[in-house]
Design a protein around this ligand. Structure first.
Ligand SMILES: Cc1ncc(COP(=O)(O)O)c(C=O)c1O
Length: 395
């Protein structure tokens, strides 16, 4: 049985050209890029070129890029770094209730350190209200951190408008663009963002590398203290191979974006329509909001997402329930709950996140195997009415 992977928001496979580009830095070019002797020269060149590629991807200057170990570290550095550099000015941070834990837990940590955090609500479509954002701003607001696109539902927030509001009020604005990268253009010249996070392993590069765009002039207190790396903003000898891979991944993402986005959109739309047409009592979470071209999150009433996943796994089809970071926990996902769903509906959700390896044939295979799995699970579910009456869908 061919393996099918619909979990690209959790992580992506490494592309061949990305892998090939990083290999020399794991073997022949093992030197320390900070060394001025022969062994450091080539790694230093690799590092500089990768920085240029990432900067080109985000339309910024190479000096505005800090390499980190992950999207999580970039988020931590952005939020703690700005909060600590501006704490004399104010202590108020605004974020949303549907951020990734890398942002939410960093904000929770800062609350213990004396900062105040507003968590903006979302409506049933997963969208924030810009008026609520404006009304939340106080004289003490020093940072707004709002994700570009949600990892669970794919809902895209109006980052351009949020950036304009932040700029009008002279508030620093960070966006976590981990899921948006590669799926939509990220132009830091036209967006009023001061900091922007990306992560290698969501972009067909390996795990363990990320980057943070920091607009020139934005003050940031480091969170990792050490040598003079990354212009004194992040200590630690650079992960040269990983960084080179991220540079290549950014180059490839920009090159192929239009073609890939069109392909992903077509497959995701087919998947959604196929499920809605063949399975009763389903809900597309975030449907009706602008969404990433590769993500669809569907709740199947009366059953547990986990049991559907096991059924799909029998056909070697991989998807996820909730986000990878929360799967395995019994808590329903905070994102779907914030959208006003019941715990049952949140538990019954599956995220299909498509990527480069997927084909329309795989979507058709999924549409063939999924309806009988759902039907079988429902027939065993105590929650299911079991009658032939159409069940009124409740929210
Ligand atoms: C929106 C978002 N932000 C941050 C992260 C964390 O990135 P990393 O796994 O590189 O730490 C993820 C990973 O799932 C994510 O989806």
């Amino acid at each position: 049985m061919n393996k099918v992977y619909f979990d690209n928001n959790a992580t992506t496979p490494i592309l061949d050209e990305v892998f090939d580009s990083m290999l020399p830095y794991l073997k022949e070019e093992w030197g320390n890029p900070s060394s001025i002797h022969w062994a450091g020269r080539c790694p230093k060149k690799g590092l500089d070129e990768a920085r240029e590629k990432v900067a080109a991807f985000l339309n910024c200057s190479p000096v505005e890029i800090i390499f980190t170990s992950s999207g999580s570290e970039s988020d931590n550095l952005a939020i703690k770094g700005v909060a600590n550099s501006k704490k004399k000015k104010g202590n108020h941070i605004i974020t949303t209730s549907v951020e990734h834990p890398a942002v939410l837990k960093t904000c929770k940590y800062l609350e213990k350190e004396g900062f105040e955090v507003t968590y903006l609500s979302v409506d049933s479509k997963g969208m924030i209200d810009l008026n609520e954002l404006k009304e939340s701003i106080t004289e003490k607001t020093i940072l707004i951190t709002i994700m570009y696109a949600n990892n669970e539902t794919g809902v895209i927030f109006p980052i351009d408008k949020i950036g304009d509001i932040a700029k009008q009020h002279k508030i620093t604005f960070h966006t976590d663009a981990v899921q948006a990268a590669g799926k939509m253009p990220l132009d830091t010249r036209t967006l009023n963002v001061d900091l922007l996070t990306i992560s290698g392993h969501k972009l067909y590069a390996p795990k363990g590398v990320g980057a943070l765009f920091v607009r020139r002039g934005t003050r940031l207190v480091p969170i990792i203290h050490g040598g003079h790396h990354e212009r004194n903003r992040r200590g630690g000898t650079e992960n040269v191979a990983g960084i080179v891979a991220l540079g290549t991944a950014c180059e490839v993402a920009a090159r192929d974006m239009d073609k890939e986005v069109a392909r992903l959109k077509e497959m995701t739309e087919r998947l959604e329509k196929g499920v809605i047409d063949t399975i009763p009592n389903v809900q597309v979470n975030g449907g009706g909001s602008p969404r990433l071209p590769n993500t669809t999150n569907i709740s199947f009433e009366f059953i547990e997402g986990e049991s559907i996943l096991l059924g799909l796994d029998m056909h070697s089809i991989a998807a996820s329930s909730g986000s990878a970071c929360t799967s395995g926990s019994l808590e329903p996902t905070h994102v779907l709950l914030a959208m006003g769903n019941t715990a049952e509906l949140s538990h019954g959700s599956i995220r299909f996140s498509l990527g480069r390896t997927n084909t329309m044939k795989e979507i058709e295979l999924l549409l063939e195997v999924l309806p009988p799995i759902v039907e079988r699970m429902r027939s065993m579910s105590p929650l299911y009415a079991g009658s032939n009456e159409p069940v009124v869908f409740k929210r």
